[in-house]
Design a protein around this ligand. Structure first.
Ligand SMILES: [Zn+2]
Length: 301
């Protein structure tokens, strides 16, 4: 989102932060992370070309910040713990950590995954919103300083009946019901997805990138995590489905950003216990290894 929030903001954010040692290869960043102006946002820098964010699992609800009066305020339970498990699994597998950005302020007060006008009604909440996006911008810049590309995953929890991961690429259910032929020949579909840049880089056809065997959903499904879209899971009429929202619009490649992006909505059974989170994180780490090699042409280790 560097085109929306000036780079100056990211540098101000970091200069205002509590000191944090640079991450060292082979070690997990275990400190409290860097914080922005408000102290409600934590950013643990990493050294993989992967950025994780958790906008909806904040527990802090100070009385001095009024509750939002419009929009969804439900907390994404276990989303932060899952993101931390994913970071640990990536660290263990690749010897390097992803960047991790967490909003610790309750969704009742701020929603980073919505435009500012909807996500924050109060000046302090608005500053937390800016800190959150400034931290993701800083992570994006750190990735791009080392790599020409990278992947941004926005981590959420869903309560839908079907216990499967919902992977959002900003494509609506109707787009996902198009034939492979249409997906592969109508370039406007890829152009409105959060994988726009990757769709031009990968040797794979667009249908494979979003629902084939080497799509994120296909790789996760092969490792025991049902996901949609994927070769085996599709959207029936009436299936609830999260296609992605402001975070991946702002930081993904659809509108010219250089990171490709997906929103990961995780069902309860894949995030509710430490064992389930570890298994989910392990499958994600294995899948990303194949995904990066196949689509980005990059080895993560
Ligand atoms: Zn959410």
């Amino acid at each position: 989102m560097t085109r929306c929030l000036p780079a100056l903001l990211a540098s101000l954010l970091l200069s205002a932060c509590a000191p944090s040692p640079p991450p060292t290869q082979g070690t997990v960043t275990t400190d409290q992370g860097r914080t922005g102006v408000t102290g409600y946002i934590r950013y643990w820098p990493g050294d993989l070309p992967i950025v994780l964010s958790v906008p909806h699992d904040g527990a802090l609800a100070p009385a001095g910040i009024p509750d939002r009066t419009t929009g969804v305020t439900v907390r994404d339970s276990h989303a932060r713990a899952l993101a931390e498990a994913i970071r640990d699994a990536l660290q263990a597998r690749f010897g390097r950590a992803p960047h991790l950005v967490v909003c610790e302020l309750s969704r009742r007060k701020v929603d980073g995954n919505r435009p500012l006008a909807e996500g924050a009604a109060d000046p302090q909440a608005a500053q937390a919103w800016r800190d959150y996006h400034g931290a993701i911008d800083a992570a994006e810049q750190a990735v791009l300083a080392r790599s020409p590309h990278g992947l941004y995953l926005d981590i959420h929890s869903h309560g839908h009946p079907k216990q499967r991961l919902e992977i959002g690429y900003l494509l609506k259910a109707d787009d996902l019901r198009l034939t492979d032929l249409r997906l592969d020949t109508d370039a406007t579909v890829a152009a409105r997805s959060s994988l726009r840049a990757l769709s031009r880089r990968t040797p794979a056809k667009f249908s494979e990138l979003i629902r084939g065997a080497t799509s994120l959903g296909g790789l996760l499904g092969a490792r025991g995590l049902p996901a949609v879209p994927s070769p085996t899971e599709s959207l029936l009429n009436g299936d609830p489905y999260f296609s992605g929202a402001f975070d991946i619009e702002a930081h993904g490649s659809r509108d010219g950003g250089r990171l490709d992006a997906a929103q990961l909505e995780v069902p309860r059974m894949l995030r509710d216990t430490p064992e389930h989170r570890a298994a989910t994180a392990q499958a994600i780490a294995e899948s990303l290894e194949v995904y990066f090699e196949r689509h980005f042409g990059t080895r993560l280790r």
